[in-house]
Ligand binder design. Structure first.
Ligand SMILES: [Zn+2]
Length: 133
């Protein structure tokens, strides 16, 4: 059994947020980039626009309802394409300054606001080091 996590505790560890650009670093979609649409900290996954597309094939089937003519209505079949959440270790954030995937470092800024607001994510490339927030 996984250890019970307190709400917010695990979530704070997710290095990738909604709106970030990420690159896939393993698997068949390796090297592809997209923007994070949603983060799921509890399951350590992110939903990325246009990546990890899964295709669901829906067979046409009888809906069970009977139309006015007395003929059973057909539910339309077809292919439904939608992105599936990706496991966070499979992606890296893309630094908007040097345009390369990077690991995330943290720094703390002096100044106003709560400690959490002074925390900044940084690009880990030594010659870049720009903030990602
Ligand atoms: Zn950078």
């Amino acid at each position: 059994m996984p250890a019970k996590y307190k709400p917010g505790e695990y979530a704070a560890k997710l290095r990738i947020k909604r709106g970030d650009e990420v690159e896939i670093i393993s698997g068949k979609d390796k090297g592809k980039r997209g923007r994070v649409l949603h983060a799921y900290p509890q399951v350590n996954k992110v939903l990325v626009e246009g990546l990890n597309i899964i295709v669901k094939h829906q067979k046409p089937r009888q809906s069970g309802k009977t139309g006015r003519s007395g003929v059973q209505q057909l539910q339309e079949g077809g292919r439904i394409e939608k992105p599936a959440p990706l496991f966070v270790p499979k992606v890296m954030i893309v630094c908007p300054h040097c345009n390369r995937p990077t690991r995330v470092g943290y720094s703390y800024q002096e100044g106003e606001g709560k400690p959490a607001q002074r925390k900044r994510r940084n690009c880990k490339h030594p010659e870049c080091g720009q903030t990602l927030d």
